[in-house]
Design a protein around this ligand. Structure first.
Ligand SMILES: NC(=O)c1ccc[n+]([C@@H]2O[C@H](COP(=O)([O-])OP(=O)(O)OC[C@H]3O[C@@H](n4cnc5c(N)ncnc54)[C@H](OP(=O)(O)O)[C@@H]3O)[C@@H](O)[C@H]2O)c1
Length: 269
């Protein structure tokens, strides 16, 4: 009997570099699921129209990447509480003609860190950046109950807005949330670069003299100025490939109710 392929896709712009099709195909083979997983280049202006076309074509799920995560949050018919809180959607399930939005970026980051034996409980964390990615992981970071999360960003007013937005969740979890004070000399357990500073040709603007035991760059696939700094400081470090893989595994679990093994994908990628 011929088994029909289930239709999925990743949407964003640009999208040609996306590793998601390879990751999801690899996960699907672990469970004998027949998958048709496409890359679709979509700009903000035609996102809504494309979504409605994909619904008609029988797509069951979509991953959403830059620059559409916030727009997806606005368009979805239903949201998980985390997607609602973070105002970001990277995973859409299509059921009964409805778009149901969720976000797995934060879980992806935390799972990758814990897999790398970087524990977060009671630890001092610095998050650099105040855009979609940094806000998108705050729920999951706070839920690990670190001792403190310090925030900083090139445009520092955005860190203040971010701190205000997350203050009540942090307080409920006994997490100290503060803005990095450059005069204070803190050695962080973990420094997370959640900026897009390595994407373009701008030079990366970070606070001077950062000290940390583990440096994590959400960017992957190249040597970044941030990871170079970590190396110079003789600290442990990682790029964000594991976050990408683990957020994909969490999305796969939402769609197929199966937890894929993530270790074997790294050789393929
Ligand atoms: N590994 C993964 O699975 C994963 C998942 C999600 C995102 N990411 C990565 O995370 C990064 C951020 O994405 P995003 O969605 O948060 O982007 P975004 O919403 O556009 O935010 C960009 C952030 O980067 C800062 N920035 C930009 N250029 C900079 C520079 N030259 N120096 C210092 N800071 C700079 C911005 O500061 P201003 O406010 O001053 O402009 C802002 O805080 C991207 O590299 C993305 O690829 C990775």
């Amino acid at each position: 009997m011929i088994q029909l392929k289930k239709k999925f896709a990743v949407l964003g712009h640009p999208i040609s570099h996306s590793l998601s099709p390879r990751i999801h195909q690899h996960f699907a083979t672990q469970f004998g699921i027949h998958l048709d997983y496409q890359r679709i280049d979509v700009e903000s202006t035609n996102f809504k129209k494309i979504l409605s076309g994909l619904k008609q074509e029988g797509y069951e799920g979509l991953n959403i990447t830059l620059p559409l995560k916030n727009l997806a949050y606005e368009i979805c018919d239903e949201l998980s509480s985390k997607a609602d809180y973070t105002k970001s959607v990277n995973t859409i399930s299509i059921k009964n003609n409805k778009l149901i939005g969720d976000t797995t970026d934060g879980l992806g980051l935390v799972t990758d860190l814990l897999t790398k034996n970087v524990s977060l409980e009671n630890k001092k964390i610095l998050v650099i950046g105040a855009g979609g990615a940094s806000n998108g992981v705050m729920c999951d970071l706070i839920s690990q109950r670190p001792q403190s999360i310090f925030l900083t960003n090139r445009t520092i007013t955005k860190s203040h807005d971010m701190s205000e937005y997350w203050s009540s969740l942090a307080k409920d979890n006994n997490v100290l949330l503060d803005i990095l004070n450059l005069k204070e000399d803190i050695t962080f357990d973990l420094i997370i670069n959640a900026t897009s500073s390595s994407l373009g040709n701008d030079s990366a603007i970070f606070p001077e003299n950062l000290n940390g035991y583990f440096w994590y760059d959400m960017m992957y696939g190249k040597q970044t100025p941030f990871l170079l700094k970590a190396e110079q400081n003789k600290a442990k470090f990682s790029d964000g490939l594991g976050m990408l893989v683990e957020q994909a595994a969490a999305a796969f679990n939402i769609w197929h109710h199966q937890k894929p093994d993530t270790k074997s994908i790294y050789q393929i990628l």
